[in-house]
Design a protein around this ligand. Structure first.
Ligand code: SAJ
Length: 428
């Protein structure tokens, strides 16, 4: 047994917890709920959307994520997971609600506040409150202040005080969409307690389903660590995207270039693409910029480079289309990355929307992970969701936007007579 495991089992008996309430049943909350249920906890899953609650209670899921359907189905049919719109008294509350930014890139933690307001009346002595949502630095401390106001009868934790009625910690999610269940179990966790005692309690709960190591720290460090992880990736993708522009100008194949540069033992350049999407990497760096606007030129420049990429892809397609009369354009992929259905902040979606808005050709969209076009495209004239085969045979221009596995298998001979714009380098 390691030191920390020793400490945990001595300090806290996790199985004495029976019931866990998970607030937010999205890409993070639902897998966490499923994992806890599979470890024998009674899990109450809370979501504001009745549709999501209904789907989960039938043992199905509302998102595309490998193996999650099986985990949820098993949990629901065993009676270990139940979805509802309102939280119920529990031993622990895990908050996994969205933390987007507002119009001016300022963090919006109103969903966290709403979740806290929902659970405040239910809290009892020894309850554990965990914030999993990626949050600006100071949010966990803010949770303590909100709860202190809402429940003056309970003693909230403080950094220097071990004694408290409630334990509060930030345990940022780190799972990669597309590999969520594996990463949920295997990844190390950063556990940021308001006090060391809070961190110890939170770690004990995660220890029940996480095989990775627990790294205990304070809440502020945990908040910033999570933001920094995503900003690090954003900056590195921006470097790759900048290289793709330089290579276009200098007539060098960027994929060959990166492959060669990566042969150096200390170089590991990421892949350029049509831009950075998703609800994390395109969002979280702004939380750091908002907290230290004068100190973040690199992080800001990376955001700028990555955000400019969809427009540059659009211009490339527009220029190609201008050479043809009534071109048909096959747009392969709408999601923000490969093999998932998530369209949030998707550069592929933005590019197709702009092509539709500017009426650049007839657009045949192929997205194997969705059943209907999003509303922004559904009504647009000249845009259809079709099968891959149909799009490829009709298209004059093939625009590869997402490296879904179905697209990697495309017969290169079909592409030969067409103009191909491969933003992910899968057909080189
Ligand atoms: N992308 C590139 N080139 C690359 C890698 C990614 O253009 O070489 C693009 C993707 O196509 C996508 C975007 O970047 O549009 C983000 O994709 P991703 O796979 O890098 O990350 P996410 O947003 O799916 O998940 C990230 C992960 N963070 C890190 O890897 C540091 C994940 O571990 C986090 O849990 C997640 O954010 C989150 O929820 O914060």
């Amino acid at each position: 047994m390691t030191d920390i495991e020793d400490k945990l089992s001595a300090a806290f008996d996790a199985p004495s917890m029976k019931r866990i309430c998970v607030l937010g049943l999205g890409y993070v909350g639902l897998p966490v709920a499923g994992a806890l249920a599979s470890r024998g906890f009674d899990v109450i899953g809370v979501d504001v959307a009745q549709r999501i609650v209904d789907v989960i209670n039938t043992g199905k899921i509302h998102i595309v994520e490998p193996d999650l359907d099986m985990v949820v189905q098993a949990a629901v049919s065993a009676g270990r997971l139940r979805a509802t719109r309102t939280p119920e008294p529990s031993d622990a509350f895990i908050i996994a609600v969205p933390t987007p930014f507002a119009g001016d890139h300022q963090p919006d933690i109103s969903y966290v506040k709403a979740a806290i307001e929902m659970i405040a009346p239910l809290l009892g002595k020894s309850n554990l409150v965990i914030l999993e949502s990626t949050s600006p630095v100071g949010t966990t401390e803010q949770i303590c202040r909100w709860l202190a106001e809402l429940r003056p009868d309970l003693m909230m934790p403080e950094a220097e005080r071990e004694k408290a009625d409630i334990h509060i910690a930030h345990c940022p999610e780190r799972v990669l969409p597309g590999s969520v269940l594996r990463e949920l179990v295997d990844n190390d966790r950063i556990i940021g307690g308001i006090s060391p005692n809070c961190a110890t309690h939170a770690a004990a709960l995660y220890r029940t389903f996480v095989r990775g190591e627990m790294h205990l720290t304070n809440a502020r460090t945990a908040e910033l660590a999570k933001l920094v992880e995503n900003a690090y990736r954003d900056v590195n993708i921006a470097f790759a995207n900048e290289l793709s522009l330089i290579c276009d100008k200098l007539s060098v194949n960027v994929w060959d270039l990166i492959e060669l540069a990566n042969k150096h033992p200390r170089v590991n350049i990421l892949s350029p693409g049509p831009g950075v999407g998703g609800h994390c990497i395109a969002v979280d760096p702004w939380f750091i910029i908002a907290a230290a606007p004068q100190l973040t030129p690199v992080i800001r420049a990376a955001r700028f480079v990555n955000d400019s990429k969809p427009e540059l892809v659009f211009e490339k397609v527009k220029a190609a289309a201008a050479r043809l009369r009534s071109p048909i354009i096959a747009c392969l992929g709408l999601s923000y990355k490969a093999d998932i259905d998530d369209l949030r902040e998707s550069p592929a979606l933005h590019i197709v929307e702009e092509l539709a808005r500017e009426k650049i050709g007839d657009l045949l969209v192929v997205e194997p992970n969705i059943k209907q076009l999003p509303s922004s495209l559904g009504q647009a004239a000249g845009v259809k969701l079709v099968e891959l085969r149909e799009a490829l045979s009709a298209a004059d221009i093939v625009l590869l936007l997402v490296d879904h596995r179905q697209f990697k298998r495309v017969d290169r001979d079909i592409l030969k007579p067409k103009i191909t714009i491969d933003t992910r380098g899968i057909w080189r």
